[in-house]
Design a protein around this ligand. Sequence first.
Ligand code: ADP
Ligand code: ZN
Ligand code: ZN
Length: 736
Amino acid sequence: MSSDLVEVLVPIPLMEKFSYLPPKNNTSPLKQGARVLIPFGRRTLVGVIWSLTKKEAIDKRKYKHIKEVLDETPLLDASSINLAEWSSRYYHYPLGEIISYFFPPSIRKGKEAKFRESKYLELTSKGSFLQAEELARAPSQQKLITLLKEKKEITLKSALAFGISATTVNGLIEKGFINRFSRELSPYKKLENKRIVSPKKLNPEQKKAVNAINNAQGTNINFLLDGITGSGKTEVYLQAIQEVVNQGKQALILIPEIGLAPQAEERFREYFGDRVMSFHSAKNDREKVDAWLGASKGLVDIIIGTRSSVFLPMKDLGIIIVDEEHDLSFKQMDKFRYSARDMALYRAKIQKVPVVLASATPSLETLKNAAEDKYEVLKLSKRATGASLPTFQAVDLRGQELNEGLSKELLDATHSELSKGNQVLIFLNRRGYAPSMICKVCGWISNCERCDALMTVHKNPTKLQCHHCEAQKPYPNKCQSCGSNDFLTYGFGTERIEEFLHNHFPEATTLRIDSDSTRRKDTLNEYFGEIRKGKPMILLGTQLLAKGHHFPDVTLVGIIDADSGLFSADFRGSERVAQLMTQVSGRAGRDKKPGRVILQSYCPDHPQIEEIVTGSYDRFAKKLLEERKSSKIPPFSFQAKIFAESPKSLVSRDFILNILNRTKVEEKVRRNVRIVGPLPSIMEKKSGVYRWELSIFSESRSGLHKFLDIMQSRLYDPKVSKQVRWSIDVDPLSSI
Ligand code: ADP
Ligand code: ZN
Ligand code: ZN
């Protein structure tokens, strides 16, 4: 007799799928993508049906039965299943774990995929024949029956509010006069398309871009929308999305930062009314489930979200936009190390929709793909408001007497802009008061015990904190090594500059914007509201301020430390710095008033600083691409890393060496890869563990994957050491 065996994905870090027998006494059909409850060891887990096989004469004793099928209609559609399978192969990560990314937490844990439900009461047919007078002796019951005759149905809550007790309700239910039932309340029921702003009249470049995207409807074309800061990229995709929405389809917009979500959501709502929704990690489970249902049932047209939104099921996807495509936040840096941008490209391919990568500073990977005609380039070369790009001035700090890290030029310029009623943005990508603390007597320094890093001094509240492992210590009263209390706080962080600016410009408001000052939900938004009022003020902040924001009244951007990151050990360092500097500078002079940028540097003749001051990002990126090409590093080869971490440095190293030496790799596979390492990570010790890494380069993607497949099967071998935590990173972006 033939019998079904069901392969189930289980959310555990193993590569296998597990086989089960259908539930006992099962009558309903089992479908791929439906959730099931399964016995797993001594636990019961929620798994997802992956495949069904007909097998002759299986030994039924070897398998357990599925306990329960949770979904009659599968929650995952064919394209989600395809995306999951592809990413599991591409990132060499277990499918069972990847599947979890497709569901909000409660659905992952087995809860029904439903909107919030409300309980209602209605009359039964028996109840409808009942005359209210018959209940004269039970006035409360009489009241409820009268109400229901009048209104047909009421919520249980309103019945209770009318003073009718639960006992009364239950009494009538028991007698069969009334019925209690539940109904889902969709938060998207009454959404309307109310536009507040009218579409802008596009300039010729914008028009060309919108037309190209519109013409790509229903096909998979990858666009690079390469437009300088403030060139009206957002306006372009707002108008392109209009066409998608007109055709009854949905748009998915990926943004890099939660901090950008409220601003983006507002702009889309002004344009598209209420059928816009955002999705990110700060939402609670209820909100996530609502968004998930709204997207999958097609109740909302536009979804704006951070990285994880790339997994959202959409009823009828029409376009994907990846805003600030160069941003590192699209890459998850632990566990499942996916790039949301690259998954978006694949998703667009399987769903046959256009995808738009937008940036003023595209990544080198993207520029290379564009140069090879894999992407169609839509160029916006002018600022949309007619403003010109800011002018640049490098201030040579050598030999200068500084005021808490600020040069006379920058202070004078700040003063002058404030007195004209303008806003000034001061950028320092370092939070806290000072990045280190030293004992003047014995030279003790505030090392973190768990990392190869110094602890940062914080003043508000006062403490020492490591920014790599978040370890905290009280601010020392005396030196732990010599007992003196004569300390030097060395270097500058945003808190320290804030203190100085407060004293130096007492009449102007200084708003410090970094992840410490905006920890409370909504603070960031309140700050942006304050900035938009346009009063003269100083915005002092980290990269939180650099990305995507439109501050029309900022006329001066001061970069306190343009040298940070110039001498990075990571070959991607220069690319990052150039992107960040260009983005920060792009906040200046975006509206009517012209802007300027002052960069403070100790090496103003460093080619990179020169390039930022005199040239354009495009030109700099071209140079970097040539360098990468001649040394055959990404994007001119493909890279993956294998990381190992453990409490002992040599154990991490030997783990990688062992895997490498004991794994048989055929010569024809070996030939296609270049292996570098194992080497200690740039910060070897972090959070108390020692990290080593093996870099693998290949000139062909498939060559890289073939090698990784072999490594992966070895790494997942149950006999492999449990003392070491390891991971595979395909297309790694950082070594930190
Ligand atoms: P980006 O996304 O490239 O940074 P935005 O779309 O935010 O640029 O546009 C920058 C500013 O220019 C915004 O205030 C926007 O309203 C305005 N803008 C965009 N397109 C036009 C246009 N065609 N005409 C006038 N103003 C425009
Ligand atoms: Zn000391
Ligand atoms: Zn630390």
